[in-house]
Design a protein. Sequence first.
Length: 143
Amino acid sequence: MKEQTLFKKILRDSGYSTTKARSLIFDLLLGSDDPRTMHQLIEATEGRIDRVSVYRIVELYEKLGVAQRINIGWKYKIELSDVFLDHHHHMTCLDCGRVVAVKDEPMFEEMIERLGQANRFVLKSHQLEMQGYCDRCRSNAAQ
Ligand SMILES: [Zn+2]
Ligand SMILES: [Zn+2]
C-alpha cells in the first residue's frame, strides 16, 4: 500500500479526517531522511500551521502509531513509525546531535524475540537508542 493511502486509512480507521495540516506534517516526515525536531517541523510549516497545531498533530501521530519519538537525552526528534519505514535503530552524536539510522541487525532482533519469550511477552515493538560521538566530531576534537 502506498504510504499516503496507508496514512489516510490509519486516520480514517480511528475516526480522524485527513486535513491539509495533517497531510503536510506527514509529507514532511516522509520526505525526510533524518528524524525531525519539533522546531524544524514548526519552522517548515510556518504561516501554514500554527505552533500549537503542529504539537497537537504530532501528538496524534504518536497516539495512532503513525510517528514515534526518538529520545535524545531530554530532547526528542520525530520520525515515522516502523509501519512506514523499515525497522531500524538509532545512533545519536552527543556533540552535533546527528542521528544515524542503523539498519536492522537480525541477530539482535532474534535476541529481543528470545528476551520477550523468556519473560512471557509477545513483543509488538522496541526501540534502541545508542549515543556516542560521530566520526566528524571525533576528527574535529582531534585537531
Ligand atoms: Zn557529531
Ligand atoms: Zn530492532
